[in-house]
Design a protein around this ligand. Structure first.
Ligand SMILES: [Fe+2]
Ligand SMILES: [Fe+2]
Length: 287
């Protein structure tokens, strides 16, 4: 059986050891986009998991939100930091802990990968805010989860993936292209497949699926895919974490679609001073 088929089977076949999403997240995903859901409904779901409540409160009180008033309860957090923010944080934190538990056996440095992911989330959000395009909170969550296909490869195909990582490094090839060459699909496609399997909304799954090929993304989600592709590039350039890539991709063809010239992007990059510290703090809070 070729490896492409094996990877697809692991993700599609519910009988494998691939973790399932906790019920809390299944419930939250069901209510995502439902205008009738109230803050009380959301608080009721999350309150069933006290560890999650504690993490959300820690983040709400961290430098990331920079609030002057202390947030003391989940309902307060929802009021102060917002319904969508709490929803996305809860989803992101749960997925983070699922992958933390999987174990990667030294092929990828998980701390570096999460710092990179948090960095992309922070930068993606900043790009969406600056351009006024795309959904700011969805950009944050897509940025946080965009590279989770790498964890699947590192956990379930550790031997093959270590060869891919080594080959990409030795030949100085973009990692996702080396994955396609050696495995028949890349980590972005795997992330997209996994999110589809987990019933994530298309607004998160599709931009992640196309984060290395945003020009090919369906039009409704293309802006967000471009934002993640640019955030990914800037995160590498700002050296926030690492994600197994030896070369930084070229975004000359896509940056203009959001109105960025190379000069404007350089200025934007030079203003990403706080992101490294916030990413480190965020990582400490959720680990
Ligand atoms: Fe990636
Ligand atoms: Fe990335």
């Amino acid at each position: 059986m070729d490896i492409n088929k094996k990877i697809t089977d692991i993700i599609r076949d519910k009988s494998t050891q691939l973790p399932t999403l906790p019920v809390i997240i299944e419930n939250i995903l069901k209510i995502t986009g439902d205008d009738k859901t109230s803050s009380e409904d959301l608080a009721a779901f999350i309150s069933k998991d006290q560890a999650m409540v504690n993490k959300i409160l820690k983040i709400a009180n961290s430098a990331y939100y920079g609030l002057s008033r202390k947030v003391g309860s989940l309902s307060h957090a929802i009021t102060i930091i917002g319904f969508n923010e709490v929803t996305n944080l809860t989803i992101g934190l749960n997925v983070f802990s699922i992958f933390q538990k999987l174990g990667v056996r030294g092929i990828l440095n998980m701390k570096d990968l999460w710092l990179h992911s948090i960095g992309c989330a922070l930068i993606g959000k900043k790009i969406a805010k600056k351009t006024g395009k795309g959904n700011v909170e969805q950009c944050f969550l897509s940025g946080l989860l965009h590279d989770m296909g790498k964890v699947i490869l590192a956990v379930y195909f550790s031997e093959e993936y270590s060869t891919v990582l080594r080959d990409a490094n030795e030949s100085q090839a973009p990692l996702h292209l080396k994955e396609i060459e050696k495995l028949g699909l890349d980590h972005a496609m795997i992330a997209g497949m996994l999110m589809e399997q987990w019933n994530f909304p298309d607004s998160i799954a599709i931009p992640c699926r196309f984060h290395h090929n945003s020009s090919a993304c369906p039009p409704s989600y293309r802006t967000q895919a471009i934002e993640i592709e640019i955030a990914n590039n800037l995160c590498h350039r700002a050296e926030i974490g690492r994600s197994g890539n030896s070369v930084i991709g070229n975004i000359n063809k896509i940056q203009g679609k959001l109105g960025f010239t190379s000069k404007k992007l350089d200025i934007f990059l030079s203003n990403l001073i706080e992101e490294y510290t916030i990413a480190e703090e965020f990582f400490t809070l959720i680990s």
